[in-house]
Design a protein around this ligand. Structure first.
Ligand SMILES: NC(=O)c1ccc[n+]([C@@H]2O[C@H](COP(=O)([O-])OP(=O)(O)OC[C@H]3O[C@@H](n4cnc5c(N)ncnc54)[C@H](O)[C@@H]3O)[C@@H](O)[C@H]2O)c1
Length: 314
């Protein structure tokens, strides 16, 4: 494929893999990131490619279109503060970046003539759904400011389509994991568990550990995201991007402990987290029908691959 595409949050976990895949697929890529949590090292391979340009910029900056210069074909919006916990602690800032940043991104995309705007939304918008696997017609019931910010971002995509004719596809990612996922107290559970295990620290399970997630490997997520931009019938659609295996947090902890057994990590139980959902798995029929997409990386293989990557950082 050819064309000039823009990726926000480019130095982050998922978007840096997306940048690599887009370059490999033949696109010219502009990556925008404020480096709030993202790291330039995630873009080390892209930085060596002449078809990649990096702009260190806040997604809310009003002069972003001037810095991008020239038309773009596709706009992938992944920049966000992607932490439920941070959103409980600082909802104003999460609203500024996730909602205000999306409005600015939509404005930039329509001003620069983008053919399609792909939004990285989240399964968090469903809250604790009554029926599982949840499908895309389920009501939006955000349980955290983060979830509310993603629901608002989705609404703005629909509004810009109505007012500016900007075509969009909304992807509701479930729990994504894989190499380059950041590890801090605000990160996803997979990277926290692996990082702790490899440092011989305990794996803290919040609550009883019977809560389940449908982890999906970043390789699969990237493939679905490119299809969302390229496939005609994905226009104006909201699509779940979920793993197909329901894994409990207890099972995840055991798997990670097994893969890092030389460090003898212990498992500890702590209080449940505010705003956390109990079970999460998405129906994938729509992704299959519209994108011809189904996840391919089995959890056992993906978790092994992820532990190996974290090991390479030691
Ligand atoms: N990882 C998951 O499991 C998951 C699940 C559902 C949805 N998502 C969504 O997917 C997207 C990517 O998530 P991720 O896990 O790669 O997160 P990430 O934190 O690794 O990436 C987000 C990137 O956005 C950048 N950013 C933050 N504020 C910015 C700003 N004001 N201006 C410019 N850049 C800014 C960060 O520096 C970071 O590089 C996010 O929108 C997230 O909400 C992720």
């Amino acid at each position: 494929m050819t064309g000039r595409v823009l990726v926000t949050g480019a130095a982050g976990f998922i978007a840096s893999h997306l940048v690599d895949a887009l370059l490999k697929g033949g696109y010219e890529v502009i990556g925008v990131d404020s480096l709030r949590t993202g790291m330039k090292s995630n873009l080390s391979s892209a930085m060596n490619d002449d078809r990649f340009q990096f702009l260190e910029e806040d997604i809310c900056h009003p002069e972003l279109p001037l810095r991008v210069r020239g038309e773009i074909d596709l706009f992938f919006h992944l920049a966000a503060i992607s932490s439920v916990r941070m959103s409980v602690e600082n909802p104003q800032e999460v609203n500024r970046v996730n909602v205000g940043g999306t409005v600015n991104a939509l404005d930039v995309a329509s001003r620069l003539g983008a053919r399609r705007f792909v939004l990285a939304s989240s399964a968090a918008v469903y809250g604790d759904p009554e029926v599982l696997p949840v499908d895309e017609t389920a009501p939006l019931e955000p349980l955290s400011p983060y979830a509310a910010s993603k629901a608002a971002a989705e609404m703005y995509c629909q509004a810009f389509s109505a007012t500016h004719g900007l075509e969009y596809t909304i992807l509701r990612y479930f729990n994504v994991y894989g190499p380059r996922q950041a590890f801090s107290e605000y990160s996803g559970v997979v990277s926290i568990f692996i990082s702790n295990a490899l440092h011989g620290q305990p794996l803290s399970i919040e609550g009883d550990g019977k809560q389940t997630r449908s982890f999906i490997h970043v390789k699969d997520v990237v493939r679905s995201t490119i299809l969302a931009a390229e496939v005609d019938q994905a226009a104006g659609q909201i699509i779940n991007i979920s793993g197909t295996e329901s894994i409990s947090i207890n099972d995840l902890a055991s798997a990670v402990r097994g893969l890092a057994k030389e460090h003898s990590p212990q498992i500890a139980h702590v209080d449940p987290r505010q705003g956390d959902v109990r079970d999460s798995i998405g129906k994938m029929e729509r992704a299959k029908a519209l994108l011809g997409f189904a996840p391919e990386v089995p959890f056992s293989e993906g978790i092994n691959d992820t532990v190996q990557w974290f090991r390479s950082l030691l």
